[in-house]
Design a protein around this ligand. Structure first.
Ligand code: SF4
Length: 314
């Protein structure tokens, strides 16, 4: 069966059964094409709340489906491949957060939404890659501190510190996203030589050296907006994030030219574990508990507070 035939079946079943498909920008393009909504993790979780269906298929990684479950305790959230896990989120456990809190009892705990539900439940406030600096500034002002505990991404912690002027103690020091941290100064310098007219846009999860050499730093949604709203003179773009976003941009904006900041295309293998074949299977097996991501009511209640506080401060 061709990809197109599988996509047609998914669309037909989706309509008949009445499910909602949410897909992250880093998903394979054939999954993006059958989704009801595309976006970043938090944006999609908010959309899940508005979904008029009992079942939501979340094409992303584990922590994203967990966040959707926290925000939608009355709905069933399913993930096409339960092995789609985020190695960056795995750097920080609830036990580690408790240890950091014991050693730094007066500091507020800020966690990136790219973290597990257990970790969120131990935090004071969540943040995204687009509002990290603002959240750090606000929470330190409210708590009267000059520093915060921040995890799990050390590069985003560094970016929030650089932008806010508030010290962000990394939980842990080595937390990183392998997709973004693999981008080097050499890659950016090569991109400048190979595409001298292109605007270089990168994600805050890249290292400070890479960010400082780029033209624009922003979350996936901010990068997309920057490119979409670019002037007619801005034709070429070097994209420093997961390949899926670049593919989306190329489809939506055919008048622009896109190049990956790395020759190997910056792939998140964990995101790509979801396939259109698995999507087809799940939509036909909604009651199979193997695919359901359910955060316990107790953890969901605790994890909801820092998410709501972030929304209040945003
Ligand atoms: S791109 Fe990075 S942060 Fe996103 S799922 Fe992959 S490893 Fe995790």
């Amino acid at each position: 069966m061709s990809v197109k035939q599988i996509q047609d079946e998914v669309l037909k079943l989706k309509k008949e059964i009445g499910t909602t498909i949410l897909a992250h920008y880093y998903q394979p393009i054939e999954i993006q094409e059958v989704a009801d909504h595309l976006g970043d993790s938090l944006g999609l979780s908010r959309l899940a709340k508005e979904a008029n269906s009992e079942y939501i298929i979340f094409a992303g990684v584990d922590f994203m489906a967990e966040t959707a479950s926290i925000l939608n305790q009355d709905k069933h959230v399913l993930i096409p491949n339960p092995e789609s896990c985020c190695p960056m989120a795995a750097y920080l456990t609830a036990d580690k957060v408790r240890d950091f809190k014991l050693k730094n009892p007066n500091l507020p705990v800020v966690v990136y939404v790219n973290s597990t539900a257990d970790v969120k439940a131990e935090s004071d406030i969540c943040c995204t890659s687009s509002n990290a600096a603002k959240i750090v500034k606000e929470i330190s002002k409210v708590k009267g501190t000059k520093a915060v505990l921040f995890g799990p991404d050390a590069n985003l912690a560094d970016y929030a510190e650089q932008k806010s002027g508030i010290k962000c103690i990394k939980m842990p020091e080595e937390g990183n996203c392998y997709v973004h941290s693999q981008l080097t100064v050499d890659d950016i310098e090569k991109s400048r030589i190979n595409h001298p007219d292109a605007l270089i846009v990168v994600h805050p999860e890249c290292t400070r050296q890479v960010r400082n050499l780029s033209d624009f730093v922003g979350s996936t949604a901010q990068m997309y907006k920057r490119v979409k709203e670019s002037s007619t003179n801005e034709i070429e773009f070097v994209i420093g994030t997961e390949r899926g976003l670049m593919e989306r941009m190329a489809q939506d904006l055919p008048e622009k030219k896109f190049y990956s900041a790395r020759d190997d295309g910056m792939l998140c293998y964990n995101m790509k574990k979801n396939t259109i074949e698995l999507m087809r299977y799940v939509i036909d097996h909604l009651d199979d508990s193997m695919f359901e991501v359910k955060v316990s009511p107790e953890i969901a209640k605790k994890a909801l507070k820092p998410i709501e506080m972030m929304l209040e401060y945003s």
